[in-house]
Design a protein. Structure first.
Length: 122
């Protein structure tokens, strides 16, 4: 598995069209960081691609970053793995903010279940 370090976290390539995104502790994700993430997806991933967001750490988003984090047509499905109720609340807020974007997104507490769901979306 190949891993890439971004300015705000890391992306592990699980296969040609699936990645795992882990954002670093304490980061406030902004629009520049989202652009960096989108550039990575466009450059390195097959189309369509699938994203596992592994929310291992505590971090936050600027408002505009929340509105654009997964707004890239190449992403077919997003599984988010959360470990705390606070993480779940943050993810639900971002999902609700983006209801009109038709994201194919689902939240899990178990990484294996999240990966199984992503595989079913292929």
């Amino acid at each position: 598995m190949k891993s890439y370090k971004l300015s705000f976290g890391s992306i592990a390539m699980l296969d040609n069209n699936t990645v795992e995104l882990i954002i670093d502790e304490g980061v406030e994700v902004n629009e520049v960081m989202v652009d960096e993430y989108h550039d990575f997806i466009r450059t390195y991933m097959d189309n369509p691609c699938f994203v596992l967001v592994n929310k291992e750490h505590s971090y936050s988003f600027k408002f505009e970053a929340q509105r654009m984090i997964h707004n890239i047509k190449q992403i077919k499905a997003i599984a988010v793995c959360v470990k705390t109720s606070g993480a779940l609340m943050m993810v639900e807020t971002i999902i609700n903010l983006n209801k009109g974007n038709d994201w194919n997104i689902k939240v899990f507490q178990d990484r294996t279940e999240a990966m199984d769901w992503l595989a079913s979306q292929h």
